[in-house]
Ligand binder design. Structure first.
Ligand code: CTP
Length: 219
């Protein structure tokens, strides 16, 4: 019997406003993060789901914190992560945001316009270094090339215990599909579960998370 833990999950895309009616976002459906949230809640864990906009139903018994921008997700994670034993960052966070948000709808006057973008804060990379989080930290790596090498680099750079990597260039898995094929990479091991539904893979990811938490006095 696994003792109930508090699990923070980020999911979905983030949206960066350009003006009152336009924004930059990405193709994330949120399905992987929501599947993990559902599995964790079904197992009796307390789940804090911090999510960008999606079309999905929020799983039962989940504490749901809706956000839009990366900064909002950053602030929510900074606030809630203190309570977590495990943090799983499945969100597809925008890497850049407009340098300025126009207060009025931008008019179609000019033939070309240039949008200046600045980097968003790295939420996962801030968990240990800035928020002082000491629980189990799990990140995702969405790659279109050199999957294993890039995932290992993210594992180190972001101070994660585990990286869940997937190849987002493949049409049959990843963004907006129900199936996924993942690579699980920690400092000590690498595992390649067969291609499966996101709900099935969510159980595997959760099992790894709980096993990583156990030696830290959660058992
Ligand atoms: N992530 C985050 N905050 C950001 C960017 C990414 O928390 N500003 C998290 C994602 O939720 C994911 C992990 O970092 O768990 C890796 O995201 P990914 O987009 O693959 O990597 P990036 O850090 O954006 O690096 P790059 O785009 O150069 O691959």
């Amino acid at each position: 019997m696994i003792p109930p833990m508090t699990i923070l999950i980020t999911a979905g895309p983030t949206c960066e406003a350009i003006d009152p009616v336009r924004f930059l976002t990405n193709k994330s459906s949120g399905k992987m993060g929501y599947a993990i949230a559902k599995s964790a809640a079904d197992q009796g864990h307390r789940v804090i789901l911090i999510s960008g906009p999606t079309n999905l139903n929020v799983p039962d018994l989940v504490d749901y914190i809706p956000v839009e921008s990366t900064q909002e997700m950053y602030d929510a994670v900074e606030h809630w992560i203190k309570k977590a034993d495990i943090a799983i960052f499945a969100a597809a966070v925008a890497d850049y945001q407009p340098a300025n948000i126009s207060e009025q709808k931008i008019k179609k006057d000019a033939e070309t316009i240039t949008l200046k973008l600045v980097k968003t804060p790295d939420i996962l990379g801030s968990a240990k270094q800035k928020f002082g989080y000491q629980g189990v930290l799990i990140g995702f790596a969405a790659e279109t090339e050199n999957l294993e090498m890039n995932a290992r680099e993210k594992l180190k750079r972001k101070g994660c215990d585990l990286i869940v990597a997937n190849d987002v260039s493949r049409k049959d898995i990843g963004f907006n599909t129900n199936q996924n094929e993942i690579l699980l990479i920690s400092a000590d091991y690498i595992e390649r579960p067969p291609k499966a539904s996101k709900q099935h893979l969510s159980h595997i990811i959760l099992e790894h998370a709980v096993n990583l938490a156990a030696p830290r006095g959660m058992d």
